[in-house]
Design a protein around this ligand. Structure first.
Ligand SMILES: [Zn+2]
Length: 355
């Protein structure tokens, strides 16, 4: 994550407590008594209102009745454990694989939790009590002021002015962590490319290394570094008219100021460096041309205005723009090349400045 979300207080977080109750107080205490007798009032209302829910709750209860005390304990533990999203991300605890639970139980709970996310939060009783996903999304978005995806820093993220909203990513994917499907500590709005195209159902914890937690209280400042190959200069500043002369990753090297596990995992899961390389390569001519134009314009107006000044001004002016965080290190790298700086000066008819 380039940036993380500041969480907001919202009742939608509490909806998950109902499911927690269902696991701990109903299923894990399954006995000869009727399932319905163990439900609290809210669950009872859903049970009577939603046939799908009733059938699923009953079926899982039936399986739970046949579990040993140990197996019920394992279910309870796995549910609690795999919902500690922050600790799992930080690597202070390791997840409990659902495959270690009783096989009959897994067969019924996996599809239940997968479907629960789409069904449960859409039910009127739940929406009226805990709020709408869309309202929560808009409030979270407003509080954080993100226009671009906080994960990659440039993907399109729908705002309160958009039609609809961007999807919530199950940061720990439902396929591997079904128990946290309705846990809003695990639901994070990010762009479609980060969510579906790059991450998909990849288990972000599979390497056993810490990963960024999307709602972390503290988050390091990640800076992108760009190293442009001096030998590729001509290719870099002139439009490519052949597929063979495409820029390569060795000609524009993208890296980060941080080399820790979390940053490396983020890069690996979301293919960040490659996507930054793509953005820089595609924009490189336009960004370079802007510096040239800036120089030509201001050298007439400001005494001793240098090519370096033009680079600095463009970097400063555009640093907060979309992609400014990539444009700045790219232009810094070009600026550090004396041949290029000289060439710009000469083309602009003012070679003396850099002589
Ligand atoms: Zn993104």
């Amino acid at each position: 994550m380039l940036k993380v979300y500041k969480p907001i207080p919202h009742d939608i977080y509490k909806a998950h407590n109902l499911i927690e109750y269902l696991v701990n107080e109903v299923w894990c205490k399954a006995d000869s008594k009727q399932c319905k007798s163990k439900l609290n009032d809210e669950l009872k209302a859903l049970y009577e209102d939603q046939l799908w829910f009733q059938e699923q709750v009953k079926a899982i209860y039936k399986v739970c009745k046949s579990l040993t005390t140990q197996e019920k304990g394992d279910f309870k533990k796995a549910f609690a454990h795999n919902n500690k999203i922050k600790e799992l991300c930080d690597g202070t605890i390791t997840p409990i694989a659902i495959s270690t639970l009783n096989k009959d139980l897994v067969k019924v709970v996996k599809p239940f939790f997968k479907e629960l996310y789409t069904r449960f939060l859409g039910w009127k009783v739940i929406r009226d009590t805990y709020g709408e996903k869309k309202t929560y999304y808009d409030e979270l978005n407003l509080k954080n002021g993100f226009i671009d995806c906080p994960c990659c820093g440039f993907g399109d993220l729908k705002t309160i002015y958009s039609k609809g909203r961007s999807a919530f990513d199950h940061y720990l994917p439902q396929k591997h962590y079904p128990f946290s499907s309705t846990n809003f500590n695990n639901l994070v709005p990010i762009c479609t490319t980060c969510n579906s195209d790059e991450k998909g159902e990849v288990d972000v914890l599979k390497e056993g290394k810490p990963v960024y937690y999307p709602f972390a209280k503290t988050h390091p400042s990640i800076e992108v570094t760009v190293d442009v190959d001096k030998k590729a200069l001509k290719k870099l500043i002139e439009p490519t008219d052949s597929l063979k002369s495409k820029i390569t990753k060795s000609e524009i090297k993208v890296d980060f100021n941080l080399k820790d596990d979390k940053t490396e995992s983020w890069d690996k899961i979301f293919d960040i460096k490659s996507r930054y390389f793509e953005r820089i390569s595609s924009n490189r001519i336009g960004w370079f041309t802007k510096v040239e134009k800036h120089y030509r314009k201001y050298k007439e107006k400001i005494i001793d205005y240098s090519v370096e000044n033009a680079f600095d001004d463009v970097i400063e002016d555009d640093s907060d723009d979309q992609l400014g965080f990539l444009k700045a290190p790219y232009l810094e790298s070009l600026k550090s090349n004396p041949h290029l700086v000289k060439a710009i000066g000469e083309v602009a008819g003012s070679s003396k400045i850099n002589a």
